[in-house]
Write a protein that binds this ligand. Structure first.
Ligand SMILES: Nc1ncnc2c1ncn2[C@@H]1O[C@H](COP(=O)(O)OP(=O)(O)O)[C@@H](O)[C@H]1O
Ligand SMILES: [Mg+2]
Length: 251
């Protein structure tokens, strides 16, 4: 059972487990990050068969881990489908080459790696490949950032897919986040698996999801929705914004 009470099935999910080859440490980034050190020591990280969230403060290494998992699963480091091969930067960490993934019996039929940071480049590649019809038909550069994200999730995400998302809420309104929760619910019922890095207390409410939290020492722990920092902090702030700010500004 997960902390949220969902029964785990041993057959569900495409990626069941991630671990890091202990011999891979180069002594440079990303192996110097506390979370990567922690992962090197830890035996493995189990993923939920449907939805696993990764939370943690800025700089704790969520994008580094998410990118590594996406690369190890065969995605382009800057995002897109498994057939995207463009590269606009050379800074991708080599962590993906050292991740050992344990796959389940089922293989994904489709998938997408969506990262807020380089989504513009993915939209450019979609136009270059002239595959815009699969994304709703309107060129993604002619849509707002949030609209283009929702186009991809609505039109390009499909059944039996593996979806790796890095801060999908970056472009989304509260309503957009709620629409994404609905879409995730539909897709998990159609055999999809999601791995999502997020700061959104709304998105984290996906029923039954596993939430893995990276702390400042790089430890990764499973937490409940109420324990997750984005939820606890936002809740505290919204309950008493003036008191919260007074405390902060006096510090
Ligand atoms: N290419 C890189 N070279 C060296 N350090 C990097 C590189 N990319 C990220 N970092 C550092 O690694 C840390 C974690 O980054 P990142 O994974 O993007 O964090 P998060 O997504 O959790 O905010 C940051 O402190 C960042 O400065
Ligand atoms: Mg990040």
């Amino acid at each position: 059972m997960s902390r949220n009470g969902t029964a785990r099935t041993s057959t569900g999910g495409f990626i069941q487990q991630i671990k890091l080859d202990p011999a891979s440490d180069t002594g440079r980034y990303p192996f110097t990050l506390p979370v990567v050190r922690h992962l090197t020591r830890r035996r493995e990280l189990d993923l939920h068969p449907q939805v696993t969230f990764l939370v943690g403060d800025n700089g704790t290494g969520k994008s580094t881990l998410i990118e590594a998992a996406a690369v190890a699963a065969g995605f382009n480091a800057e995002g897109g489908t498994q057939s995207f091969r463009f590269a606009t930067r050379a800074s991708e960490s080599s962590l993906g080459d050292h991740l050992i993934m344990r796959w389940g019996i089922r293989k994904p039929r489709t998938g997408f790696f969506l990262r807020a940071e380089s989504f513009y480049n993915v939209a450019t590649e979609i136009e270059r490949l002239e595959v815009g019809h699969a994304y709703g038909g309107v060129p993604l550069h002619e849509r707002s950032h949030g609209e283009s994200f929702l186009d991809v999730m609505t039109h390009r995400f499909g059944p039996d897919g593996l979806y790796v998302l890095d801060e999908p809420e970056a472009a989304l309104s509260v309503r957009g986040c709620l629409a994404l929760i609905t879409r995730i619910g539909d897709l998990t019922r159609q055999g999809c698996q999601f791995l999502i890095a997020t700061h959104s207390p709304i998105l984290l409410a996906v029923p039954g999801a596993q939430i893995l939290q990276i702390d400042s020492d790089g430890e990764i722990d499973e937490v409940t929705y109420d324990e997750a920092e984005p939820v606890a902090l936002t809740r505290g702030f919204l309950a008493q914004p003036e008191g919260f700010l007074r405390h902060l500004l006096e510090e």
